[in-house]
Every structure is written in C-alpha cells, then in structure tokens.
Design a protein around this ligand. Structure first.
Ligand code: FAD
Ligand code: SIN
Length: 547
C-alpha cells in the first residue's frame, strides 16, 4: 500500500449522484473540480430512483400546495424556510436538469410536435395533493444520471476518480474555540490500494444515504452512511437520524434484493391487500394507499404482524395491461422475471429501509458546522423533510441544494481561497494485512440484523437498549480491528456503518414520543409540548476511538 500521492483542485466533491454532479457542473465554471465516487460512476442511489422528481409544474398546482403537503408529511418538524426555498426553486432546478439533457417523459399527443414545457407527464404519489412528479417512465434516476455524467464528462475542469473511497476528512485542529476548516479528504484508490490526500479549497459532501445499515434496503451497496460518519468524526453536527424512512413496497422474493415497487403504482390506483383479497389501507388513513409513507409502511407492518404474514399484496391488475406496460416498463419486466405478471394479478410486497431523513446539518446554502465543508443531497439535513419525507422530494432537494451549495462555496474560490495547511501522509502504523474476512462480515451482519429487528418501523425502549449495548461491543471490536489492519473499502464501510447505527440508536433513544417515521410503543403519542425540535448530536470534538 502506497501513501504518498497528493491531488489538488479548487473544489472537491465526494459523491457523484444528483447532488454531487449538480454542484460539480456548476463549480467547473469557475475552477477545477475533483469528483470522487466509491464505485463506478453510475452506482449511486440516484440511478435507482423510479417515481421521479417532485416540482410544481402544472397550471393547476401551486407552491403553497406543495409547501403544505411537505409540511404535513414532515409531522411538525420541517423548517418552513427550507421548505419554502426548496419548493420555490424546484422548477428552475428541474429546468436545469432538462437543459443538461435529461429527457423526462412527455404527455402523449398523438404524434403532434410538443412545443410547451408544460407537456410533461406528471405522476401522482402519496401525500401529494396534485400531480407534480416529473419522471422518465419508471427509470427516472437512470436517465438523470445519464444526463449528468455525460455533462460532467464533457467539462474539462472536472476530473472524476472512480473507485476512490473517502476515508477521513482533512480538518484543521480547532483553535480558540473555533472549529478547524476542512481542506479535503484521505481517499483509498480501490484498484491500486494507494491512499491519497485529495486537497481542495471547498469540499462538498454528497455521499448519499445509509440504507445498508439495515438488513433489508432498497439502496445499492454504496449506501453505507460514509458521509455522516466522516462528518461526525470531524466534529460536524448531525441531526434527526431517528427518522429513517421505510419504503412500503419492495418486491418480496429471495432473489429480488429488495427491488423497489414505485409509489407511483399506488398513484395510478394500485391497492394493498391481504392474502384473502381484503383491502386494508382505508382503516388506517382516509387517503388509503396514498397516505404519507410512514403511515403506509406502519400499516403493512401491523397487518403482517397481526396475521403472521411474510408479505402483503399490491394489486394493479384492474388497470389496462397496455397502460401498465407503457407506464412501468421496467417494473413490469423485473416482476415478470420473478414470475409475477403485474397485469394479471397481485404481487407480494414488504417494506424496506429506504431513505435517511436526517443527516449532516446544513443551512440553506449547504454550509455545515465545519468551515469549507458543504453537504447536499441525502447525506444532508436541511430541514426540508422533518420527521418524514414526502415522496419524490429527495431528488428535488438534492438538485436545489447542489446549486445553492455552489453559490456559497464559490465565494471561497472566487476570493482566492487561501493556501491549504500541511496535512501528514496517511500513516498505517504497524497495521497488518487482514487475512480473515469473517471478522468483517460477521460484524456487518450483526449490525444490519440488529438494526432491522430492534430499530425498525416499530421501536421500544427495551429494543433500543439492546441495540445500544450490542453496538457498543461491536464498535469496540471494529475499532480494534480497524487500527490493527491495513484498511480496505469493506473495513472503511464497516467502521462507518457501526458509527451511523450508533447515531441512529442514540437519536431514537433520545426522542420520547412517536412522530413521523419514529414510532415507539413506549411513547405512542406525538408530544408537541416537549419534542417539537430536531435531535441534534453535535460533537465539537471528534469521536475518540475505543481501545
Ligand atoms: P447518491 O445518488 O446516493 O450518490 C452518492 C455518491 O456518493 C455515489 O457516487 C457514491 O459512490 C458516493 N460515495 C458514497 N460514499 C463515498 C465515499 N466514502 N467515498 C467516495 N464516494 C462515496 N427519490 C426521489 O426523490 N424520487 C424517487 O423516485 C426516488 N426513488 C428511489 C428509488 C430507490 C430504489 C432508491 C434507493 C432511492 C430513491 N429515491 C428517490 C431517493 C433518491 O434516489 C436519493 O435520495 C438521491 O438520489 C440521493 O442522491 P445523492 O446525490 O445525495 O446521493
Ligand atoms: C418511488 O418511486 O416510490 C420512490 C419515490 C421516492 O423515494 O421518493
């Protein structure tokens, strides 16, 4: 393992999903940009997005309506200023995606030329009182990634380093009570095993979510919460991590790896049913299948527990087969490959961990509590989502905040940026090569299973207590192993997973009420007198490794 190379650019972007690339493309107009992605360029949560991006688009819709829907879903914890700003800037962010080449699905006009930007097909999803979800059939994320990666590749100021895993942020030592500034990151090149310092004047953290902390998740493998763990270790404030969103409907099949069945199916009339065909959502919420996601996921969980089921059914077969195949071609094909024909009958579905509503706290310019460190997208907590994210508001937030983050980070570079201090080379000490993968895989499985069983859709003090005690032990073991062995991407992820799991448990334990995505049987009511505030965990001091 070599440790000597150093790279420099004006801006460093850790993460190449919608948030990171939106920022990078803007930043390349005024400076050099390095984008790190821990796997291939197309491997990001963004690429898996199905339903689409929510934005006020039709003349029947209004900002006030989108704002109200977002606030309602957020169960009292949204920051109104964040909601107003992000919703109002949504259409411009979407237009930018279109300018960069994203092809959203148009309404069908029998072969006529389409000349108006209003003529995009708008999907309907839970919690939205209007159709306002722009989509590219049911592969919206893949289309956005195609457009953004092509746009980034065409800009000579952007250098993308794939298979580079950020390990730790390079942060100056705090002085006189002020936090030290961030000047980049140590990153592992997975191909050469080299650890490099990647130095920059402004760093944008855009590492996405942490679904991998749970046993069952809709997220791809990259989603191990690295950004939250790195920022927290560096002393940044993180918030609202108890609000982990479970998507109500993933295909239930051993080989399907939690394949998402988009909420847009329920938007087009799909009904949740028990094995005997009884629809049950009306008993839980007047909006039935289109209730906010926390309500639907909890209802399914409760029906599964009540009847001892492994899954419930989702049925869209009452809609025309042609419509289903045209509107959801990818989902139709994937289900068929597992033996389920959406046009002919119901398909089995279960909830799975989907989206991290909390994250690294930022202001509305993407600033974190660490100077020169910005965050945007799923890794960040702006205040938009509160206790529960409204469907398709995530791509919206990432697109808007990628732009806003650049507008504030540009000031640093435009004003000269200052000279980076000297940071030491990565020192492996006396670490030896790891020979036993089982030391990593066992801890990994334990964390994901205990998070699923004890810190899932329904929680209790005793389950959270068990989770905390076990995590403490696993953390000691993981840290011991981490310092004694040469690191690789699995070990980096494992350390981050255990830290994020611990932060989720600490946040969930602190909140003695039920609100939005956090439901505990010990405090089943929402309590606005005591808990109408974010759960902020601010270290100020980096986490000390346990011995
Ligand atoms: P990501 O797109 O996840 O990108 C993260 C990037 O960070 C990747 O490039 C990754 O390689 C990199 N990275 C991570 N860790 C490191 C590290 N240590 N070092 C270097 N690089 C690192 N939202 C919606 O609004 N609408 C939808 O329809 C929708 N559907 C979804 C469907 C699925 C199946 C999933 C999983 C999510 C969906 N979401 C949807 C949520 C949404 O896709 C994500 O929240 C959003 O795409 C996150 O974008 P991002 O840019 O923050 O992160
Ligand atoms: C979906 O298509 O159901 C996902 C939408 C989202 O996560 O916002």
């Amino acid at each position: 393992m070599r440790h000597n190379a150093q790279l420099f650019s004006d801006f460093l972007v850790i993460g190449g999903g919608i948030a990171g690339l939106t920022f990078a493309i803007k930043a390349s107009e005024i400076g050099t940009v390095t984008v790190l992605t821990k796997a291939g360029s197309s491997e990001a949560n963004t690429a898996y997005a199905q339903g689409g991006i929510a934005s006020v688009w039709s003349v029947d819709d209004s900002f006030e309506s989108h704002i109200e829907d977002t606030l309602r879903a957020g169960a009292g914890l949204c920051d109104r200023a964040a909601v107003e700003t992000i919703v109002r800037e949504g259409p411009e962010a979407v237009r930018e995606l279109i300018r960069l080449g994203t092809r959203f699905t148009r309404v069908e006009t029998e072969g006529n030329e389409i000349d108006s930007e209003l003529e995009y097909d708008l999907g309907q999803e839970g919690g939205h009182s209007h159709r306002r979800v722009l989509h590219a059939q049911d592969l919206t994320g893949r289309e956005i990634m195609r457009a953004l990666t092509e746009a980034a590749a065409a800009r000579p100021n952007i250098r993308t380093l794939e298979n580079h895993v950020a390990i730790n942020l390079l942060v100056e030592t705090p002085s006189a009570g002020k936090p030290g500034a961030c000047w980049g990151v140590y990153a592992l090149d997975r191909n050469t095993h080299e650890i490099r310092k990647v130095i920059s004047r402004a760093t944008m953290l855009a590492t996405g979510g942490a679904g991998k902390v749970y046993l069952y998740t809709t997220n791809p493998d990259i989603a191990s919460g690295d950004g939250v763990a790195m920022a927290y270790r560096a002393g940044a404030s993180v918030a609202n991590l108890e609000f982990y969103q479970f998507h109500p409907t993933c295909l239930y099949h051993p080989a399907a790896k939690s394949f998402l069945i988009s909420e847009a199916l329920r938007g087009e009339g799909a009904i949740l049913k028990l094995p005997d065909g009884t629809a049950f959502m009306k008993r839980y919420h007047p909006d039935a299948e289109l209730a906010p996601r926390d309500v639907v996921a909890r209802a399914i969980d409760s029906e599964m527990k009540r009847h001892g089921l492994d899954f419930v059914y989702l049925d869209l077969s009452h809609r025309e087969a042609d419509f289903i195949k045209r509107r959801f071609p990818n989902i139709f094909k994937r289900c068929l490959s597992f033996g389920y024909d959406l046009t002919k009958g119901p398909i089995p579905v279960v909830p799975a961990a989907h989206y991290m509503c909390g994250g690294v706290q930022t202001d509305l310019d993407g600033r974190t509590s660490i100077p020169r460190l910005y965050a945007a997208g799923e890794v960040a907590m702006t205040g938009l989502h509160g206790a529960n994210r409204l469907a398709s508001n995530s791509l919206l937030e990432a697109a808007v905040m990628g732009r806003r983050g650049f507008n504030s980070a540009r000031e640093i570079v435009a004003s000269g940026g200052g000279a980076p201090p000297e940071f030491p080379e990565w020192d492996p000490g006396r670490a030896i090569r790891s020979e036993e993968r089982v030391m990593i895989t066992q801890s990994w499985d334990e964390i994901r299973r205990l998070m699923w069983n004890y810190v899932g859709i329904v929680r209790s003090d005793s389950r959270l207590g068990r989770a905390a005690r076990r995590l403490q032990l696993i953390k000691q073991e993981v840290y011991g192993y981490y310092w004694d062995h040469l690191i690789d991407s699995d070990l980096i992820e494992l350390r981050n997973l255990v830290e994020v799991a611990e932060l989720v448990v600490r946040s969930a334990t602190a909140r003695k009420e039920s609100r939005g995505l956090h439901y505990t049987i010990d405090y089943p009511e929402r309590d606005d007198t005591k808990w109408l505030h974010d759960t902020v965990i601010a270290t100020g001091t980096p986490l000390a490794p346990l011995d």
